[in-house]
Design a protein around this ligand. Structure first.
Ligand SMILES: [Zn+2]
Length: 89
């Protein structure tokens, strides 16, 4: 199974990710859990977020999921707002 990410990660991602975990002491910055850690873009890529260390943080899978869900909502809302302004509403 293959799928293309809308926002590809840089080749250095595995290294970067490790550096972020190291900096955040290998725990979720939201809830402090040390299991299922993932590297999150504070400002999501579709909002123009970069792969800089300052824009990355350690989250556990649960917090990451919750954050992504709210971001998707914001994205849809802002996308809709853009569309409306194009149509002159
Ligand atoms: Zn968490």
């Amino acid at each position: 199974m293959s799928y293309r990410r809308a926002y590809p990660l840089p080749l250095t991602w595995p290294i970067l990710r490790r550096q972020v975990f190291d900096r955040d002491d290998w725990k979720c910055v939201q809830c402090g859990r040390r299991a299922n850690l993932e590297c999150d873009h504070k400002l999501a890529q579709h909002f123009g977020g970069t792969h800089e260390m300052e824009n990355l943080q350690t989250l556990c899978r649960r917090c990451h999921k919750r954050k992504s869900r709210s971001e998707r909502r914001q994205y849809e809302v802002s996308g809709q707002a853009e569309w409306d302004s194009l149509l002159g509403f």
